[in-house]
Design a protein around this ligand. Structure first.
Ligand code: ATP
Length: 235
């Protein structure tokens, strides 16, 4: 039922200059759910996250968060409603220490995690508190990137390919961290191309191809029939 969705995207279209990247995306995310957007390179997954966040401004259709329309809103207004976005490129300050990265910039919304709470959630980062961004491993950088967005009081996380470029053992660790965030009550929408990683964390999957949703399935449905999505991923 419509009234229980935390996020409801309907007929979302988006453009980069003259070029239409999204052709009418529709899906919903319920409170406490972890949903992935899967699909191959260029399908429109990142553009969907950037449209929700108002970074892609040329967008039409409807994006309702807790019933409020986000189309027409600016990125900082969307952040203040309680949505946090962790981009694929991670966005950490390479020349600053972990501790400095966790204090800048000022938060847009109160109620987020304190430095202590962040270090409790990501113990690896406490050990690296004085290390510069450049000195961190790929996995530590990803954890720092996620930790940074938790500084703002938010309940909905948009994560773009957290497993990207990481060794399998580190991917497992990030997966465990993300499941812990879900257990803490965060609702998560996650872009992934790594099917095994997606299966290890998600409740449900939304498959995107050529800027439209071509399939939606629960994690159990996916596990029962991997071939159902493999053609879309080109694997
Ligand atoms: P990837 O994982 O490779 O980012 P994706 O599914 O996230 O894939 P998008 O990045 O959303 O795909 O790209 C969707 C379409 O929009 C592609 O055709 C892409 O070439 C195009 N596109 C993405 N970013 C831009 C941009 N800044 N300017 C113009 N076109 C873009």
């Amino acid at each position: 039922p419509t009234d229980t969705a935390l996020l409801e995207v309907t007929d979302l279209r988006a453009w980069y200059a003259e070029s239409q990247a999204l052709q009418g995306i529709g899906f919903r995310v319920n409170p406490g759910e972890l949903v992935t957007l899967i699909g191959r390179n260029g399908a429109g997954k990142t553009t969907t996250l950037r449209s929700i966040m108002g970074i892609v401004k040329n967008r039409k259709g409807s994006i309702r968060f807790e019933g409020n329309e986000l189309i027409g809103k600016r990125t900082y207004q969307i952040a203040r409603q309680g949505i946090a976005y962790c981009p694929e490129e991670r966005g950490i300050f390479a020349s600053l220490s972990v501790r400095e990265n966790l204090s800048l910039p000022p938060t847009l919304k109160s109620g987020g995690m304190s430095e202590d709470a962040l270090f409790e959630t990501f113990p690896n980062l406490r050990a690296r508190a004085s290390s510069r961004g450049t000195q961190l491993s790929g996995g530590e950088q990803q954890m720092l990137a996620i930790a940074r967005i938790l500084r703002n009081g938010c309940r909905f996380l948009l994560l773009d390919e957290p497993s990207e470029g990481l060794a399998p053992v580190v991917v497992k660790e990030i997966g465990a961290q993300i499941r812990r965030l879900k257990a803490q009550g965060y609702t998560i929408l996650l872009v992934e191309q790594n099917l095994n990683f997606a299966r290890s964390v998600a409740d449900r999957h939304v498959v995107i191809e050529h800027g439209t949703v071509v399939d939606q399935l629960t994690n159990d449905e996916l596990s029962a029939d991997l071939n159902r999505v493999k053609t879309y991923l080109g694997v």
